[in-house]
Design a protein around this ligand. Structure first.
Ligand code: FAD
Ligand code: SF4
Length: 470
C-alpha cells in the first residue's frame, strides 16, 4: 500500500515467484524475427533464456543471460525495458489488448533466484597474462569492464572516489528501487574473481592520471556524469537548495534519513519541498523526499506528461505515493525567506507550442501567469554532465568542448593510446545497460591492445559489438 511504503525505504515491486516467472516466460512465442534481441542494448538472447525458464531450468537461463549481462538482478530492476526489448516485442499490441513479454521481470527473478540459492556462477578465468589494468570509477561501465578484463586473465584494480562501489547504482538509485545488498553481492563476486578495489581514491586528486598510466599497462576511465546542472535562476544559492546528486547522496549513500542515531550525515528537516525535473533522477528525488515525511512534495516540470523522460513505472509509483505533479510550470526564481533560506519558488505557467530540435513540443510562457509555491527546500534534478574531476587533472585528454564528454575512437581509445573510456563520461547521462555495454566493448578492445599492441579488431573479426551502442 503506498501509504505504508512511504514510511520506509523497502523495495516497492515485489517480483515474481517461480510459477509466475515460468508462466510469464511461456508467453513468449519464440517469434520468427525476435526483435527483442536487437532491442536489447547488449543483445541478450531473450527467447533462449525465456524458453529455459519455461522449462524450469533456472540455472541454464541464468547462464544464458550472463553470457551478455553479468548484473541481471540489477538490470531486471532498473533497465527501461518498456523502451527497449519489451517495446519491440511481437506480443506488444496494445490496440488488441496484448502486452509484451515481461522480459525485465523474468530477468530480475533469475537474478534474485541466483542470490537466494547461492548460485554464484563464477566464470572461468583465463591464465594470467601478466598485464595490469586500472579502472577508474566503479559504476556499471567500470564494473563490467573489470569483470571482462579479469576473466581474460589480466590483473585488474578499480579506483573509486567514494567509499562504496557502484556509482549511481549506489549513491543515486534509492534502496526502495534497488536494494544495496544486491549490488554489494555483485561486487563481492568480482572480488572473488580477483578484482581489487581501492576506495576513497579520486584519481586526479589522490594520484594523477599520468602516474596511473605509468603504473598500469591499460587504463579504462568510467567516471560517469556526476556534475549536476543548475537552472541559472535567482535564489539558487539559498540555504535549502540541493542538487539531486547531493540530496540523493546524503540520503542513499550516507544514510541521512537515519541521522542522528545511525548516520553522521544530516539532511534538512523538510516541511514543503519542490523537486524540479521529470526524469528518473527527479522521480527518485521526489519519492525519496516523500519518505522523509514532509507535508507536501511538489514535482515541477516545464513540459507536459507526454514529454516526461522518467520510466512509466517510476511516474506511476510517484503518483501512487502522493507526489503533487505540477506540469507546464517553469521555475523563474527561488525566493529568500528573509534569513538566507528558501521561502518559496516562483514558477511561470507554460503551454505547448511547436516542436523544437528534440522533436518535443516547445513549452511557451503564458503571459502574466506566475504561481508561487511556499516551500522550504528545492531539489534541482534537471540532468548532469560529465564528472570534471579527472579531466581537470588531464587537460590533454581530448574532450568535446561543448559537452565536456571524453572523445574516443571506434575502439573506445581516448587521445592516449593506453587509455580507454566508456559509460556516461563518453555519452553524457544515459542508462545502466548502455554503460555496461560500453564497458564490455572497451574491455574487448583493451584486451586486443594488451595482447597485440593494436586495439583495432583484425579484418573479418568485428570483436564484441553491442547492437544499439552507436
Ligand atoms: P556512474 O554510475 O556515474 O559511476 C561513475 C563512478 O566513477 C562513480 O562511482 C564516481 O564516484 C566515480 N568517479 C568519478 N570521478 C572519479 C575519479 N576521478 N576517480 C575515481 N572515481 C571517480 N539508468 C537506468 O538505466 N535506469 C534507471 O532507472 C536509472 N535511474 C537513475 C537514477 C538516478 C538518480 C541517476 C543519477 C541516474 C539514473 N540512471 C538510470 C542512469 C544510470 O545510472 C547511468 O547512466 C549509469 O550509472 C552510468 O554508469 P557509469 O558507469 O558510466 O557511471
Ligand atoms: Fe518472444 Fe517477444 Fe522476443 Fe518474440 S519479441 S522472441 S515473442 S520476447
Amino acid at each position: 500500500d503506498p501509504k505504508d511504503r512511504i514510511l520506509n525505504f523497502e523495495e516497492v515491486p515485489l517480483g515474481y515467484n517461480e510459477i509466475e516467472a515460468q508462466q510469464e516466460a511461456l508467453r513468449c512465442i519464440d517469434c520468427k524475427n525476435k526483435p527483442c534481441v536487437a532491442g536489447c542494448p547488449v543483445g541478450i538472447d531473450i527467447p533462449a533464456f525465456l524458453k529455459l525458464v519455461g522449462e524450469k531450468n533456472f540455472e541454464g537461463a541464468l547462464k544464458k543471460i550472463k553470457e551478455k549481462n553479468f548484473l541481471p538482478a540489477i538490470c531486471g530492476r532498473v533497465c527501461p525495458q518498456e523502451d527497449q526489448c519489451e517495446m519491440v516485442c511481437t506480443l506488444n499490441k496494445p490496440d488488441k489488448g496484448r502486452e509484451p513479454g515481461g522480459v525485465g521481470r523474468v530477468e530480475r527473478f533469475l537474478g534474485d533466484y541466483a542470490m537466494e540459492h547461492n548460485l554464484d556462477i563464477i566464470p572461468e578465468i583465463a591464465e594470467p597474462t601478466g598485464k595490469t589494468v586500472a579502472i577508474i570509477g566503479s559504476g556499471p561501465a567500470g564494473l563490467t569492464a573489470a569483470s571482462d578484463m579479469v576473466q581474460k586473465g589480466h590483473d585488474v584494480t578499480v579506483f573509486e572516489a567514494l567509499h562504496k562501489p557502484g556509482g549511481v547504482l549506489f549513491y543515486g538509485i534509492p534502496q526502495f528501487r534497488l536494494p544495496k545488498e544486491i549490488l554489494l553481492r555483485e561486487v563481492q563476486g568480482l572480488e572473488k574473481m580477483g578484482v581489487k578495489f581501492v576506495m576513497n581514491y579520486p584519481v586526479g586528486k589522490a594520484e594523477s592520471l599520468d602516474s596511473i598510466r605509468d603504473r598500469f599497462d591499460a587504463v579504462f576511465i568510467a567516471t560517469g556524469a556526476g556534475l549536476p546542472w543548475f537552472l541559472g535562476i535567482p535564489g539558487e544559492n539559498l540555504n535549502g537548495v540541493y542538487s539531486a546528486n547531493e540530496f540523493l547522496t546524503r540520503v542513499n549513500l550516507m544514510g541521512g534519513y537515519k541521522f542522528p542515531d545511525n548516520s553522521d550525515t544530516p539532511i534538512k528537516k523538510i516541511k514543503r519541498i519542490a523537486v524540479i525535473g521529470a526524469g528518473n533522477t527527479a522521480m527518485d528525488s521526489a519519492r525519496t523526499a516523500q519518505r522523509l515525511q514532509p507535508e507536501v512534495v511538489y514535482l515541477v516540470y516545464r513540459r507536459s506528461r507526454l514529454e516526461m523522460p522518467a520510466r512509466i513505472e517510476e511516474i506511476h509509483h510517484a503518483e501512487e505515493e502522493g507526489i503533487d505533479f505540477n506540469l507546464l510550470h517553469s521555475p523563474i526564481e527561488i525566493v529568500d525567506d528573509g534569513k538566507g533560506a528558501v521561502g518559496a519558488i516562483l514558477c511561470q505557467e507554460m503551454e505547448l507550442g511547436e516542436p523544437d530540435d528534440s522533436g518535443r513540443r516547445r513549452p511557451v510562457p503564458i503571459e502574466g501567469k506566475v504561481r508561487e509555491f511556499a516551500v522550504d527546500t528545492v531539489v534541482i534534478a534537471i540532468g548532469q554532465g560529465p564528472n570534471p574531476l579527472l579531466s581537470a587533472d588531464g587537460p590533454e585528454l581530448e574532450r568535446n568542448e561543448r559537452k565536456g564528454t571524453l572523445v574516443i575512437n571506434e575502439e573506445m581509445q581516448t587521445s592516449f593510446e593506453n587509455v580507454f573510456a566508456g559509460g556516461d563520461i563518453v555519452t553524457g547521462g544515459a542508462t545502466v545497460i548502455l554503460a555496461m555495454g560500453q564497458g564490455r566493448v572497451a574491455a574487448d578492445a583493451m584486451h586486443r591492445y594488451l595482447m597485440t599492441g593494436e586495439a583495432k579488431a583484425p579484418a573479418g573479426d568485428d570483436g564484441e559489438v553491442c547492437p544499439n551502442l552507436t
